[in-house]
Design a protein around this ligand. Structure first.
Ligand SMILES: [Cu+2]
Length: 352
């Protein structure tokens, strides 16, 4: 018993001083209470683990079957022992009640109600197959897969999942919105908006992972959250507003002849590779591979059903498309200008 006590005490001390932050930064305000609950559970799990398994090993050896005993020898008479039954009922009950109380105190930090919801930023995160869409107030276009947030500013994030098609087999699915460094994990559920509340504590770039198996593209479904200083964030936001405006104004005629393939390649890497590979049609991410767009005997027609000509591709880039594979965003949503479209088409023509 003393040996087990020493092992327990050593491990409990280890749990108490373990620097979680060093291995997985505590990058949001909810990280702290969540890690506290985690330590609380681990702390009291240690003696249970050590005593249950330690005593079990000890009993196996101590009360093993001896050669001179009959095969049906009865062990110690503990049946209906008041003391034992009280102990193993009361201790777990107390621990579970404590856990319930602690969780009850922490959950409202996550799911805001009333006053707690007062946030400087209220925005939306929408799960798609297979990417994350973020909508900011005041932006006409969405931001895909890269969420920018100012450090130290409270955020309410309205989380849901898109219902792209009504087809049961290919339609809406549940995604998981998980930022490990924020200790924040919430299912994205079609038809239901769940607001969550937190404040980023550290400047940096962290992963966003889809934590629900949502289909064949699930492994592509990850994004980043970029936590910036307030001035950096404001600069980024101003650029987005500007991009949205010039895209909206960019319905100017598209001059394909002036397209620059090198500029188009850089744009493609920045705005399209989220959903498209520069690879054959069948190598699909969200949308089809685009490497043989203009020269694919197996796919002479575009997803719009029109022949693969530059003008028809312009039409898709300008107005988007909505077909079997999902939604190709229009030029506003992709933040493209008329010039960008000409450059992209010039680049796509060079592929095959
Ligand atoms: Cu997903």
């Amino acid at each position: 018993m003393i040996l087990l006590g020493v092992i327990s005490a050593a491990l409990m001390y280890g749990v108490a001083v373990f620097p979680v932050d060093r291995y997985l930064p505590e990058a949001s305000t909810v990280s702290l209470p969540i890690d506290w609950i985690f330590k609380f559970c681990a702390f009291f799990s240690v003696p249970i683990l050590v005593y249950v398994n330690g005593l079990m090993l000890y009993f196996v050896v101590r009360y093993r079957h001896r050669p001179d005993e009959p095969m049906d020898a009865v062990g110690s008479p503990i049946h209906e022992s008041r003391l034992l039954e009280t102990v193993w009922t009361v201790i777990p009950a107390l621990l579970l009640i404590a856990l319930a109380v602690v969780s009850y105190l922490v959950i409202p930090l996550y799911y805001p109600t009333g006053q707690a919801a007062a946030s400087a930023v209220t925005m939306e995160a929408i799960g798609h197959k297979f990417y994350f869409e973020f909508r900011y107030p005041g932006l006409t276009q969405s931001v895909m897969n890269e969420m920018h947030l100012p450090v130290g500013v409270p955020v309410t994030l309205d989380i849901t999942s898109a219902e792209e098609t009504t087809d049961v087999a290919t339609g809406a699915v549940i995604h998981g919105f998980w930022i490990p460094e924020f200790r924040l994990k919430q299912d994205m559920i079609p038809g239901m908006v769940v607001p969550i509340h937190f404040t980023p504590r550290e400047i940096g770039t962290f992963r966003i992972v889809c934590s629900e198996f949502c289909g064949l593209g699930h492994s592509h479904m990850w994004g980043t959250v970029v936590v910036q200083s307030k001035p950096d964030f404001d600069r980024w936001y101003a650029q987005q507003v500007q991009a949205g405006r010039s895209a909206a104004a960019g319905v100017a005629p598209i001059n394909l002849a002036a397209g620059n393939a090198a500029a188009g390649q850089a744009l493609f890497a920045a705005k399209c590779t989220l959903c498209h590979n520069a690879a054959p049609f069948a190598q699909r991410k969200v949308g089809p591979g685009l490497a043989n767009l203009f020269h694919d005997p197996a796919h002479p027609r575009l997803v719009t059903g029109k022949p693969a000509t530059p003008d028809n591709v312009v039409d898709i880039l300008e107005h988007g498309a909505h077909g079997d594979m999902g939604v190709m965003p229009n030029m506003q949503a992709n933040g493209l200008t008329a010039k960008d479209i000409a450059n992209l088409v010039a680049y796509l023509k060079t592929l095959h």
